[in-house]
Structure formats: structure tokens, C-alpha cells
Write a protein that binds this ligand. Structure first.
Ligand code: 5AD
Ligand code: SF4
Length: 441
């Protein structure tokens, strides 16, 4: 009988997409997916290194999988950003791990699962080939991630990603367009173009042109992208929000802090005035979201006040805020002593102030939507997302891939709830039917 694998994924959309590619590589080598870690012959943990907490999660998961190994001889692999950051050190920290692979070696997972070992070298830009998605994995799903580029050439002083994901490499646009077309054939309606710094895309055309090319694929209903650096935002990309009907009106454009002096220490390459000028150029209907870091080294009470003032005047639709976490191989960790660490309790107090401000605003905005009608692409029965990327739960008979209108009748901090009032466009049933055949075969 075929051996089975289970992948436990932490972190961002890039990791989710990498896990899919690794699952596909294992399937090609004769492995089959297992619904639970307890029943699998191989457990692969795809890790995130962005904050210390993410790393802690890896080690507590590994603690559990170690017991499985003792009981059933399960093989254990570690992939992703912690694998890349720790390389063979991981084997001394967790000697029961059989193999370690960095994000440049997704295709090698079946080989490493047999041989064990460590594979974490970066490939030269010219050598790197993006793994091709197997569209069958997405059959019948409404949404899919499509890799546009990988890596990051910025040097933000808090961020480990340039170390774990290497230099920017863009995927040729023809490959991306082909992948999008193959996903539409199996029923995908919405694609999210992903990359650590996706708007720095340079795979033979500009990022704005890539969006236009993807929009020209027949059957693509919605396009999103993530994540972006404010300095790589072009006027042409701004125009896309107004001109490309399939491009959804949501833009995640992390600011990280509201004080110029902190932005400078973070090496973000812009001032708040420049950031504000850029967001002012966006069409009004675009829902803007952002990330904020509190307690960055040397953050003074006055800088924190500037941060709150900036947030008060900036109408973010949603905000993700984090407590600064010192990361290895970053600029800020070298300056920690010079700039001065913000005491943890103070950092948490500031974070709570930022979160309090945003929570109140998000809840108010959500409540304002009660009574309105929003367009939802259904991802699962009773659940989907609006054009602005709001999470919507609803009562109605629509199925995955249907585009419906929902009247909002209640709201919480995290989602809207309502009733389906109209079907705008049904999912092509053929795609769904074929999926059922595959499942029962
Ligand atoms: N500490 C806290 N937050 C961080 N982020 C990135 N690195 C760190 C760090 N060292 C946040 C940034 C980024 C988001 C994905 O995670 O806000 O935009
Ligand atoms: Fe985490 Fe960043 Fe790696 Fe994604 S790219 S898994 S967010 S460290």
C-alpha cells in the first residue's frame, strides 16, 4: 500500500502554497495524503520564522510528533523558513528530525524523505525554476494562490525574510498566465498573486502589466495580490485598481510604523508623508489594510504617540499589529543595545493601545455595513469573501465558486453575517462534477 504523508503548515500564504507544491511532489512519487498526523508515515512541518512565537510553535509541534515517531516510526521532516534559518543546527536542537529542506528545494521532498539529510542552499537566480502547480489539486476550489515571485531585496531591519527566502526572483509572465488558465479550467474563479514583495515583480513585464495579462485570461473573475512594499507601488498599479475590473478593491500595504524616526531605524526607505501621498492616490473604494510593529528597539513615548496619531487619521479597513520580536541575521538585532530594547510590558501596553484603537474602528465599520448588500464569492457553503476581502457568513444554498449577493444583518469584529438574496453567477458545474468523480475513484 502507498505510504502516506501529512503536512502541518505555519505562516503565510507563500507557505500554504509551498505545502501544496510539496504535497504534489510527494503524490508524484507515489505517496498519498493522510487526513491526520497520527495515521501518516511521514509528517512534514512547514515552518515560519517571522516572530519568536512562530518558532516556538514549531518546537511544540515537534514535541508531539516525536512521540508519534517513538510509537509508530513516523518519519519527520522540517521545511520552510525555520529550516532555512537554522539549517543543520536544527538537527542538534531536534535530533529526531530525519530531514531539513529550505524553500528552494520543494521538489526534493520525496528524495529527502527516503535518504534523510539537509538541503538548504539557495539556488542561483538563473538556475531557479518555479515549481508548477498541479491544477488537479485545486479542482472545484473557488480560489487559488499563484506564485508570481519569491524572495525579497529589501533590508528592513526587523525582518528575517530576506535571509530565509533569499533574493528576489520573478517568474516569467507566460508561466504565470498558463498556470492561471489551467486553474480556471478546473473551476477556480479567484487568483491571488503571491510573493514576499510582489509589486517588485519583474518577470518580463511590470507588475501592473502582469495583472492586466492575468485579467485577460477568460474566466478569471477576481484577482488579488499580496504582499507589497510602499516604495514599489507604481502609478500604473494604482491605475489598475480603477481600470481592471477583475482586480478586487483591497490593498494590503504595510506601513509598519507612524513615526519617521522609527521608519528610518527600520530601513523602510519612506517617510510618513511619502506613504500618505501614495495612499491618497488610490481610488476611494479600495479597502486599505496594514501591518504595525510596536515596541521596535528605541521606540520612545513620543514616537509611539506619533504612531497612534498616524493611525487615527488613516482610515485603515483592518490592521494587523505585532509586538517586535528580535530575529537572528537582521539589522535591528545588531543595534539592540545601541537603540535600547523596549521593556516587554511597555511594548505590550503600546500594542494594546494600537489594537484597542483599531478594534473599535473595525467594529464600527462592520456595524455600518448592516443593511447593505455585498457581493460574495463562495468558498464553502455558507462562507465566502466580499470584494474588499471581508469575511462573510451567510444562510443560503450557494455552493463553492458561486458568486452571490448577501444582505448583511449582523456584524462582529472579524466577520459579517447575512442572508443570500441573489445569485449573480453560478460556478461551472462541470468542474465540480469532475471533482466528485475523482474523489470517488
Ligand atoms: N517582529 C514583529 N513583527 C514582525 N513582522 C516582520 N518581522 C517582525 C518582527 N521581527 C511583521 C511585519 C510584517 C508582518 C508579516 O510581520 O509587520 O509586515
Ligand atoms: Fe513566515 Fe515570512 Fe517565511 Fe512566510 S516568508 S513563512 S511569513 S517567515
Amino acid at each position: 500500500m502507498a505510504r502516506s504523508y501529512f503536512i502541518h503548515t505555519f505562516g503565510c500564504q507563500m507557505n500554504e502554497s509551498d505545502s501544496q507544491r510539496m504535497g504534489e511532489a510527494l503524490a508524484r512519487a507515489g505517496w498519498r495524503p493522510s487526513a491526520a498526523a497520527d495515521a501518516a508515515d511521514l509528517v512534514l512541518v512547514n515552518t515560519c520564522a517571522i516572530r519568536e512565537k512562530a518558532e516556538d510553535k514549531l518546537f511544540s509541534a515537534l514535541g508531539r510528533y516525536r512521540l508519534l515517531k517513538a510509537r509508530r516510526g513516523t518519519r519527520i521532516g522540517v521545511a520552510g523558513c525555520v529550516a532555512q534559518q537554522e539549517k543543520d543546527n536544527l538537527l542538534s536542537r531536534a535530533p529526531f528530525v530525519d530531514f531539513v529542506l529550505g524553500p528552494d528545494h520543494l521538489e526534493k521532498v520525496p528524495e529527502l524523505a527516503e535518504s534523510g539529510g539537509v538541503e538548504t542552499d539557495f539556488l542561483d537566480t538563473e538556475q531557479y525554476l518555479f515549481p508548477q502547480a498541479d491544477p488537479e489539486t485545486s479542482r472545484g476550489k473557488a480560489t487559488a494562490f499563484v506564485t508570481a515571485m519569491k524572495g525579497c531585496d529589501n533590508v528592513c531591519s526587523f525582518c528575517v525574510v530576506p535571509y530565509t527566502r533569499g533574493r528576489e526572483v520573478s517568474r516569467p509572465y507566460a508561466e504565470i498566465v498558463r498556470e492561471v488558465a489551467s486553474l480556471v479550467v478546473v473551476g477556480v474563479r479567484e487568483v491571488t498573486l503571491i510573493g514576499q514583495n510582489v509589486n517588485a515583480y519583474a518577470g518580463g513585464c511590470s507588475f501592473a502589466d502582469l495583472i492586466r495579462r492575468v485579467a485577460a485570461v477568460p474566466g478569471v473573475m477576481r484577482i488579488r495580490f499580496t504582499t507589497s512594499h510602499p516604495m514599489d507601488l507604481s502609478a500604473d498599479l494604482v491605475r489598475c485598481f480603477a481600470e481592471v475590473v477583475q482586480l478586487m478593491p483591497h490593498f494590503h500595504l504595510p506601513v509598519q510604523h507612524g513615526a519617521d524616526t522609527v521608519l528610518e531605524r527600520m530601513r523602510r526607505k519612506y517617510t510618513i508623508a511619502q506613504y500618505e501621498e501614495r495612499i491618497a492616490s488610490l481610488p476611494e473604494h479600495v479597502a486599505l489594510t496594514s501591518d504595525i510593529i510596536c515596541g521596535f528597539p528605541g521606540e520612545t513615548e513620543d514616537e509611539h504617540r506619533q504612531n497612534l496619531e498616524f493611525l487615527r487619521r488613516t482610515p485603515y479597513d483592518n490592521l494587523f499589529s505585532f509586538l517586535y520580536s528580535p530575529r537572528p541575521h537582521t539589522g535591528a538585532i545588531l543595534k539592540l543595545r545601541e537603540w535600547g530594547e523596549v521593556p516587554r510590558a511597555l511594548g505590550i501596553r503600546r500594542l494594546e493601545e494600537v489594537q484597542g484603537l483599531q478594534m473599535e474602528r473595525t467594529l464600527r465599520r462592520h456595524r455600518q455595513r448592516i443593511g447593505s448588500v455585498v457581493e460574495v464569492l463562495v468558498e464553502e457553503p455558507g462562507f465566502g469573501r466580499s470584494r474588499e476581502n471581508w469575511t462573510v457568513h451567510f444562510d443560503g444554498d450557494a455552493g463553492s465558486g458561486d458568486l452571490v449577493r448577501v444582505r448583511v444583518d449582523s456584524a462582529t469584529l472579524v466577520s459579517l453575517r447575512g442572508a443570500q438574496v441573489e445569485t449573480v453567477d453560478r460556478a461551472p458545474r462541470m468542474a465540480l462534477k469532475r471533482r466528485l468523480t475523482v474523489v470517488s475513484a
